[in-house]
Design a binder for this molecule. Structure first.
Ligand code: DC
Length: 209
């Protein structure tokens, strides 16, 4: 794997998106929110009437639907930035993310995307350090207390976050887990700038070794 990648995993509300975006800006690299891709496939299934429990149909949808994540999330040109955060999407996405054929399709798309980035890319999700880019230049696992994570995702609530965490960590396909060689950063009570600085310094020291 030749892509220049910083891979970041962690549970909902651990600060992944904010930190990953800021690290990408600091490095002049691109950024990919893979959770937004799973959410986009979920919204696409609702819109186009695909049964979430039909693995083959969901896999085909994940391979073929056009997905943009920046500047706003869109499927086949339709803006779904608000819809991807709805309560219905929060529920459906756990089912979608546990579907093997969906994961295979999105992992392929994430790797192809990274290969096309001229400088490098910061990618965040749940299986980025373990499955998608096990050879990333740097692997980071972010954590934070449940209380703090719920505060950051205040529209979602502690129960929903705890439910998604349990589903993400216990599913058979690519469960959320810490890669052995990932650096672990607890972001509870820490500023974004501080965490970003730690990651960029780690990347520099990894690269010079
Ligand atoms: O990061 P997020 O909360 O937007 O992610 C939405 C869901 O997608 C999350 O509950 C787990 C799943 N997900 C995943 O299984 N693998 C990824 N690489 C990213 C997200």
């Amino acid at each position: 794997m030749s892509a220049n990648v910083v891979a970041i995993d962690g549970p909902a509300g651990s600060g992944k998106s904010t930190v990953a975006k800021a690290v990408a800006t600091e490095l002049g690299w691109s950024f990919l929110d893979t959770g937004a891709m799973y959410r986009a496939v979920t919204v696409a299934a609702y819109r186009y009437g695909v049964d979430l429990s039909d693995g083959d149909a969901m896999g085909l949808l994940a391979r073929t639907v056009e997905i943009e994540t920046l500047p706003r999330v869109a499927i086949n040109g339709d803006d779904i930035e608000e819809e991807i955060r709805s309560a219905a999407t929060n529920v459906g996405v756990s089912v979608v993310a546990a579907t093997r054929k969906v994961r295979e399709a999105l992992v392929d798309r994430q790797r192809e995307w990274a290969e096309r980035q001229p400088e490098g890319t910061v990618v965040e999700g749940r299986d980025i350090t373990t499955v998608v880019f096990p050879d990333a230049r740097l692997k980071v696992f972010l954590t934070a207390s449940l209380e703090e994570r719920a505060r950051r995702r205040n529209e979602e609530g502690e129960d929903s976050i705890a439910r998604r965490d349990a589903a993400d960590a216990s599913r058979v396909v690519s469960p959320l887990r810490q890669a052995e060689d990932a650096i672990v950063i607890d972001t509870t009570g820490r500023s974004v700038e501080d965490v970003v600085k730690e990651i960029v310094e780690c990347l520099k020291s990894h690269t010079s070794n």
